[in-house]
Design a binder for this molecule. Sequence first.
Ligand SMILES: Nc1ncnc2c1ncn2[C@@H]1O[C@H](COP(=O)(O)OP(=O)(O)OP(=O)(O)O)[C@@H](O)[C@H]1O
Length: 263
Amino acid sequence: MSDRRRSPKIIAIVNQKGGVGKTTTAINLGAALAEDGYGVALIDLDPQGNASTGLGIEPEDRQLTTYELLLEGRALSEVLAPTAYENLRIVPATPDLSSADIEMYSNRKRSFLLKDALNARDVETLDLDFILIDCPPSLSLLTVNAMVAAHSVLVPLQSEFFALEGLSQLMLTMREVRQSANADLRMEGVVLTMFDGRNRLAQQVLADAKDTLGELVFKTIVPRNVRVSEAPSYAQPVLDYDPMSKGSIAYRELAHELTSRAV
Ligand SMILES: Nc1ncnc2c1ncn2[C@@H]1O[C@H](COP(=O)(O)OP(=O)(O)OP(=O)(O)O)[C@@H](O)[C@H]1O
């Protein structure tokens, strides 16, 4: 581990399109970073709670969740749950979080609730290098909270028709957040997911993404790989379920690409 920070780097995993690989990337990038010895906390900010399920947190074990972190003043240290990986912990989510958007609106600090929770003093004592935030498929107040709290945004992009269409709206939201609440918010990068190199459309999406976004496109491309899609039903990251699968190799590469940049 090259650069152990006192304050973790906070990365929001965002795409308002559903089913593009946000949760899969949060779980497996988190697992790959943890495998490399980094301390990682994954915050499940999606009321579907798929990241929590995918990491084996049973619904009955989700007493303290992202909801309590955001709306009931619980500290990160209280709501973090262990996973099978020593270095990977998670703040789980339940469907309760779906009402958070509405409840937050009446709060004057509604966009800053997650930032305030992650700025609390206890966070520096938790031995964390990265906090990954798995966002819901919308640009709702929950996602805005993630962007306000984060140092950077990582966008999983599924290699399919219209993949790039939603990006301009996402960039616009980032610009608004920069202007109003988080001037330093950076684009960490765009990672192509579920990529099938034999598919001409996928190749076209990759070419278009590189044209539009240049260096912001990660060199690592996550292939479509059935082992990746099987792993959540065994409540495991694919890195555990099938360590040598193409999906596992890609997520390890993504972790290396991320950490080889200035953190
Ligand atoms: N590389 C991959 N190869 C095969 N299947 C994949 C891959 N990545 C993700 N999937 C599958 O695609 C589906 C959607 O992925 P995922 O849940 O990560 O997307 P999401 O963007 O988090 O969805 P939502 O917007 O609903 O939160 C899941 O069934 C997942 O297992």
